[in-house]
Structure formats: C-alpha cells, structure tokens
Design a protein. Structure first.
Length: 612
C-alpha cells in the first residue's frame, strides 16, 4: 500500500502496491490514524491524507427540501383551481359568477311563455323602457329598479326573466343567490360589487338573481349574529341597488318562493319597487302551456289538450312540461310514431302517483282489503253533494301506493279557496277507507294511517286557522310560515293558554267524530254500492269513467245482488286480517290538500286515497 486517504469519518480510500485502488467502510477510522502515528516505520511507507466527505456539489443536500416546498405549492394551487373551476382563476374569489346570455342563440321571448298573460303585461313595461328609454326620461318617469317575481316552484319565474331580456334584446346576467356566499370572508360582497360593475359596463341589461332568499333573508334573526358572511353580502347588495342611477339601464329581476322571509330593507321602494305574483295557471293557462310544449311533439288527433288541462288542476308549467315528456317517453317505448291519448292518460297518473306496479302479487285477503278500502272512498265521494267527482278507482299499486281513488275538481275554484262544507266532505271521504274496513271486516287496519294523519291536520286547521268551530272566528297559534326556516326564531310560542289548548283538542275531536259518524251512516245505507264496487275492483282491478257510473247504477239489481251476498259472506273471513300496506304516505298526492289550505299552489287532482 503506497497511499491512504481518510474520507470523512467512516471511509478509507487507498492504492495498493500493484496499482489497484480500493474504498471501504471502516467505523474505527480514528483507531487507524492513531496506529499510523504510533508506528513511524509504517507512517514513512504510507502517504496519509485527510479528505473531507463533502466533496460533491453543495446543492445536492438541498434537493429534498426543495422537493417538499414545490409539492406544497402544487397542492395549494391544485385546490384553488378546483374550487374556482380550473383555469387561471385560483385567485379570483371576488369575481362574479353571473352567467351572461346574449345574442340569438337560445333566445327566449314572450311567445315561449304561456299561461300567465297578466304577468307578461306587467313586465312589458320593462321591455318597452329598455327599448325606448329616451321616451321615459323626457317625461321624468323612473322605471322600477328592481322587480321581485314571487310564486311557487315551477311556475316559470326564471323563464319569464329570460323572456324579458329576449324581448328587449339586451344582455342577461343570471346568478343564483347561493353563488355569492363562499367559505372565505368578504367574497360574497366582492362578487356583488363585481356583478354590478359588469352590469353597468353592459348597460342596458338585466340582472337576474334566482332564489334570492338564499342571500336576502332577514338580518339578525338567525344564529349567525350580525357579522356572518351572508349578512355582509346582503348589506353590499342593498348598497349596490341604491348606488346606481335609476336611468342607467340596469334592471334587477329576482325570483323567490319565500317572500315572507326576505329582509324588509330589500323590499322597500327604490330597491325592489314591484312584486309580481307568478301563480299556478288556471285551466285556460294550462291549455296554452301544453300547446307551447307540444310544438315539437307529434300528437295523435285523439289527444285533446283542453281535456288534459281539465284533468290536471294544480299543475305548474314545469309539471305540464314533464307530463308531455313522460307521454313522449311512453310512446317511444311502445314504438309509436305519435303520442296518443293512452300515453297521455298514463303520463298523468305517473306524474301524480308514480309508475304502476303491475307485477306486484297480492294475496286474496290483501286484495279484498284494498278493494273495500278504495270502494269506501269512492262511494262516499260519489254520494256526498259538493264532493269532487270520482273518475277512476284502482287497486293496482303505483309508486308507494297499493291503490288509489282519483277525483278531479270540476273547476279550479277549490285551488283558491274552500268552504266549510267542502272541507268537511274531504274529511268524510278520507275516512271512507277505514269505515269500510270496519263495516265489512269488523276490524280496522294500519292501512288508514295516512288518511287519519291528513284528517287530523285538516280538522286542527279548521279550528286554529280557519275559525270553523264553536270557538269562533279566531286564529290560534302561529301560522306554519312563522316556524323556524332560513332565519326565523327557533322557539314556537303559543298565544293561548292550556285551557284553550284543551278546548281546541275537544273541537278537533268533535269534528273528526262527526265526520266518522257521517261516513259510517252513508256507507251503511249504501252497503250494496260498496259491495258492488269492491267486487268489480277485484275482478277488473281498475274502473273508470262510464264503467264506474254503470257499477253504481247497477248496484241492487239481480246480478249485483249475488255478488253483494258473496262478498258479505266473505267479510267474516277477512275480519282477522290486518294489512300494513293499504294506505301509507302517498307522496305528492298526500300533501295536496295541505298545500291548498296553506295558500300555496298544489299539484295534480285530489285523491280519496293512495294506499301503499
């Protein structure tokens, strides 16, 4: 060995006499150095050199740290891009998310809006101002800065706003109330400012805020206090609507189905000067809406849009559009070139109660129980004066329903108001299923649970809201709209004593007991019709129209009497049977009466029952 190098603290590198080099790991480096120093002869033969280990580039040691920093920044920017929809918007939190619609593509005009002619006339003034602003300025007239469209969901508020912009041929800024609020403080207010800045640059234009109740509800009424992000956004919106010139050409349209929870400062003149109610269409309006949506759908000559409009009271524009689409889907499924009346009739029932469960297998006991249950509803509706006419009775399940009785009002009056006698008839008809079970089976089932729930709620409303009881024309308690919802108080206080509460319960009980006794009396006196209809339902499963009238007319005749006797004899066998699936919640049908009584728009014809 001629040379030896000590590299760092643990490595030895050297050259042998034959010229070969070597490198090895040796933990006791300092022991070798000490041996060389103590042996002068060996030290004179071997050249000893101390070499630092950091011979490589100094920046190599920084690579791990640099990689960590780069990865951290990459993750941060990836998250920001995802939150803002990608692109280069990572730092554009304060930019408005309003979508700008302009040009001929997708243009909507008043010709595409039907069934709300009075509302279109109200908004025609805005269109005329946007087209001819000079005429209004010369007369000193100030067009409303904001117009609030109020109405139930699906009545066409958004479509109407787009039609105003299409008629005026101006840019249309569309944004949802929830788009303003973000997880970062101050973003909502910044987006409001940016949206109005863009609107002023594109004036004349229309700014449409959909579901404004998401950002415009009353301040200070919720749990967030006075400094939460939503309230800061609302404050900025109030400031912006006050800040632009009334003749600047910027019109703000907003839509909501909860005007009762909006902040009063938002509704004052100078901000939303005008409220336009977009209500559920009447029969003529429904016919016009069906005609608009049927433009691009081939219909058979048998399809009568006027008849369909009569069968769909309470349907909104969105419901009617869905109805025609369901009919088109059924026709395509059946390989038909045109949509027929069969598809439209089936579509109406699908929209109201759901698809038919034709493959469901019922036992004979359950079949008898459902038949008598539905027959009880139908017979009472047929006999009671003022009740809605029965058009169809079926024991074929639909959706969650095991059978249903379909009744259609003769006009739309019931969807605006109802008399005490009409409400009592509804309660009596709703109790018909349970009374029929008790009369024929000598037993009651859990199937009438949903009927009893609706009856109890309706009877309580008669006492506490409608003043239709012996307690007099007084309302008790807070209305349903005053409950906690989007910023209302949490507590629900009563404005009556415990003594009055007991009297209310007594009145509710008396109303229900009176209706139950009336239902039992009518069905007992017409037991032949009950047995005849139940027998026909068990044989044919579905009865409607003239066939239904024929069953009622034939009740008591010779042929019907035999069937009545046979069914009466079977009643004892059915006495011990309790079916859980007769009258469970009916989906959209179950809440129809409640919606009507609450003053909001319902959907579809009323039904005596839709057991599940």
């Amino acid at each position: 060995m001629t040379a030896l190098e000590i590299v760092g603290d643990n490595y030895i590198r050297g050259k042998l006499d034959n010229g070969k080099s070597f490198r090895l790991y040796y933990p006791d480096i300092y022991g070798i150095v000490e041996d060389l120093r103590n042996d002068p002869e060996l030290a004179s033969q071997v050249e000893l050199t101390m070499v630092p280990e950091t011979e490589g580039a100094w920046w190599i040691a920084l690579i791990p740290n640099l990689i960590s920093v780069v990865l951290l920044f990459a993750v941060f920017f990836f998250i920001m891009n995802q939150m803002q929809g990608g692109g280069n918007k990572a730092m554009q939190f304060g930019k408005s998310r309003a979508k700008i619609h302009s040009g001929e593509r997708g243009k909507v005009t008043f010709a595409d809006v039907a069934g709300i002619e009075e509302v279109k006339e109200e908004l025609a003034e805005v269109v005329d101002y946007l087209k001819h602003p000079k005429r209004y300025v010369e007369l000193g007239a100030k067009i409303p800065r904001g117009i609030l469209l109020v109405g139930p969901p699906g009545t066409g508020k958004t479509l109407l706003a787009r039609a105003v912009a299409g008629e005026a041929e101006v840019p249309f800024f569309s944004v949802s109330g929830s788009d303003f609020v973000e997880m970062f403080v101050g973003v909502g207010a910044s987006r409001v400012r940016d949206m109005f800045d863009q609107a002023k640059k594109n004036a004349p234009c229309i700014v449409f805020i959909d579901e404004i109740d998401a950002v415009g509800r009353q301040r200070g009424a919720g749990l967030g206090g006075g400094h939460d992000e939503r309230e800061q956004t609302l404050n900025q919106l109030l400031s912006e609507m006050d800040g632009f010139d009334p003749n600047s050409g910027v019109i703000v349209l907003a839509a909501t189905n909860r005007p009762d929870i909006l902040d009063s400062a938002l509704l004052r003149p100078g901000r939303f000067d005008r409220q336009v109610v977009v209500d559920v269409p009447d029969q003529k309006g429904r016919e016009d809406i069906l005609a608009v949506h049927a433009r691009n759908k081939p219909l058979e000559q048998s399809v009568d849009l006027k008849g369909i409009a009569r069968r769909t009271p309470g349907f909104t524009g969105a419901d009617l559009a869905n109805l025609l689409n369901e009919g088109a889907l059924l026709a395509a499924r059946r390989n038909k070139k045109r949509i027929g009346i069969e598809e439209m009739s089936e579509a109406i029932e699908r929209v109201i109660a759901g698809p038919a469960k034709k493959g469901r297998i019922m036992s004979q006991r359950e079949r008898d129980l459902v038949a008598y249950h539905e027959a009880g509803h139908a017979v009472l509706a047929h006999l009671l004066p003022g009740a809605d006419p029965v058009v169809k009775v079926s024991i074929v399940g639909r959706g969650r329903a095991g059978g249903y009785t379909l009744m259609i009002p003769e006009d739309d009056r019931r969807y605006r108001y109802a008399t005490k006698n009409e409400i009592m008839n509804e309660i009596i008809v709703s109790l018909g299923g349970r009374v029929a079970e008790e009369l024929v089976l000598n037993e009651v089932s859990t199937g009438a649970g949903n009927d009893l729930d609706r009856v109890s709620k309706t009877a309580r409303k008669m006492v506490t809201e409608y003043g239709m009881s012996d307690l007099g024309p007084i309302t008790y308690g807070r209305s349903q709209e005053a409950q906690v919802f989007l910023g209302r108080d949490i507590s629900r206080d009563r404005n009556y004593s415990e003594e009055v509460a007991a009297k209310i319960d007594e009145q509710v009980h008396a109303i229900v007991e009176s209706a139950y006794a009336k239902a039992r009396q009518v069905l007992s006196e017409n037991i032949d019709k009950l047995h005849a209809l139940a027998a026909a339902l068990k044989e044919k499963e579905t009865i409607e129209g003239e066939e239904l009238d024929a069953v009622f007319a034939a009740a008591g005749s010779g042929s019907a009497a035999a069937g009545v006797a046979a069914d009466a004899g079977r009643g004892a066998e059915l006495g011990g049977e309790v079916a859980d699936s007769v009258d469970q919640p009916r989906g959209r049908l179950a809440s129809l009466e409640e919606k009507l009584r609450a003053g909001t728009a319902g959907r579809g014809p009323s039904t005596g029952n839709a057991p599940a």
